[in-house]
Write a protein that binds this ligand. Structure first.
Ligand code: GLU
Length: 447
């Protein structure tokens, strides 16, 4: 297998699908050497099969807004790979959603889910619906219309969607309500991220952020460092950033920045629990503005329009917002300001130039598919609880999450340790995920 040849073929076949091509390129580069040591993979054309989704559902979603006007969006579900388990992955509601974006996310999800140690295949879905400025009623009507099409594609042993950007507990509630009505079954295992009183797992809302910080702790420990007293810059203010801030604070770090599409809020004395709680209010408002934090906490949070979290002096950078949110110039600025570690929490949050810069300038870097896997892993734990009709305590879920993040870190070290003793976490995560999926595909024959 030659990455160059496969990429040339995919570029010709899917011109303009930049996020998808970027995600595939990153994985293929990492696995090329190992892959070529396995002639059985080449014979079964594992890579050629793995880069293509199993199937893509595309559907029209029509709903009525508060003014009585008819609105039409496009909905998608991409079932990427089911070699190691049923399709599993979130739904993203964002105006910029395209098949390319969801293909990149579904592809990444396949490897991420393999790393979790749980039996889950990869999928992703969503819509170009823009939640910004929508009322609660509009969100509900959209979710109901979306599920009217989606419900026949999913099932607890078939495909299990969850949240992602623009889809949180509220949206999962509306989606589940409509699913239940259509299916006439109380199939809790069909969606994850549900409310704790109706089948949701305790800690699922916090899990992506908590897991990211547990992974960061493992990484720092391996490098002989400690998170206590470190200054942390976080991008975004949604569910993932929220969980990351809670755990960073608990572990004795100081969160000095959060950000939004409108700019950055610098918090020189560190974020407080009250401010973290306010992030939930900001998210529920659908205003998509981080400036609201500075308005609510004048003197504590200082808003600068148009700037990113990476302009704030920190030790550790945690991208928690969107793909490609950290560019090479940002990586350079972070280094100039003394940053020495970046754990990518968002999916593909760093541009290839930024990753390259980190890796060649002695900055510890770990990729999203390892760092943020605690979210989907806890979704996997939710599926188990649903299947057994039981619910675990927060302590039980947290212990399992700790164990999973530790084992993901160990897999990265196993497959990513370089001759000089440093760990290439990108390589480690990609090879570990790939080997598991590839072996399962081989076992199951040419299908
Ligand atoms: N959207 C999350 C992710 O990127 C969670 C998916 C899930 O829980 O299924 O992994």
């Amino acid at each position: 297998m030659k990455t160059k040849d496969i990429m040339a073929r995919l570029q010709a076949k899917y011109p303009g699908e930049s996020e998808y091509l970027q995600a595939v390129q990153e994985v293929l580069e990492s696995i090329e050497e190992v892959y070529n040591q396995h002639p059985e993979f080449e014979k079964a054309k594992i890579v050629e099969r793995m880069v293509e989704p199993d199937r893509i559902f595309t559907f029209r979603v029509t709903w009525v807004d508060d003014k009585g006007e008819v609105q039409t969006n496009t909905g998608y579900r991409i079932q990427f790979n089911s070699a190691i388990g049923p399709y599993k992955g979130g739904l993203r509601f964002h105006r910029a959603v395209t098949p390319s974006m969801l293909k990149f996310l579904g592809f990444e999800q396949t490897f991420k889910n393999a790393l979790t140690t749980l039996p889950m295949g990869g999928a992703k879905g969503g819509s170009d619906f823009d939640p910004k400025g929508k009322t609660d009623e509009e969100i509900m009507r959209f979710c109901q219309a979306f599920m009217l099409e989606l419900w026949q594609c999913i099932g607890p042993d078939q495909d299990i969607p969850a949240g992602d950007v623009g889809v949180g507990g509220r949206e999962i509630g509306y989606l589940y309500g409509m699913y239940k009505k259509l299916a006439r079954e109380y199939n809790t295992g069909v969606l994850t991220g549900k409310g704790a009183t109706w089948g949701g797992s305790i800690l699922r809302p916090e899990a992506t952020g908590f897991g990211a910080l547990y992974f960061t702790q493992n990484l720092l420990h391996h490098a002989g460092k400690d998170i206590k007293g470190c200054k942390v810059a976080v991008s975004g203010f949604g569910n993932v950033a929220w969980g990351a801030c809670i755990k960073a604070l608990e572990l004795g770090a100081k969160v000095v920045a959060i950000s939004g599409p409108d700019g950055v809020c610098e918090i020189p004395d560190g974020i407080t629990r009250e401010m973290i709680d306010y992030m939930l209010v900001m998210r529920a408002s659908n205003r998509d503005r981080v400036e609201d934090m500075a308005t609510r906490f004048p003197g504590q949070a200082v808003f600068t329009p148009g700037k990113k979290a990476w302009s704030v002096k920190c030790d550790i950078a945690l991208p928690c917002a969107f793909q490609n949110e950290l560019a090479e110039e940002d990586a350079k600025q972070l280094k100039e300001n003394g940053c020495w570690c970046c754990c990518e929490v968002s999916n593909m949050g760093c541009q290839p130039g930024a990753i390259h810069f980190f890796q060649h300038n002695g900055i510890l870097f770990a990729p999203g598919k390892a760092v943020n896997a605690g979210g989907v892993a806890t979704s996997g734990l939710e599926m188990t609880q649903n299947a057994e009709h039981i619910s675990w305590s927060g302590k039980e879920v947290d212990e399992k999450l700790h164990f999973i993040m530790k084992s993901i870190h160990e897999q990265c070290v196993k497959f990513g340790t370089q001759p000089d003793g440093t760990v290439d976490y990108v390589k480690g995560a990609n090879i570990a995920g790939f080997m598991k999926v590839a072996q399962a595909m081989l076992d199951q024959g040419t299908i």
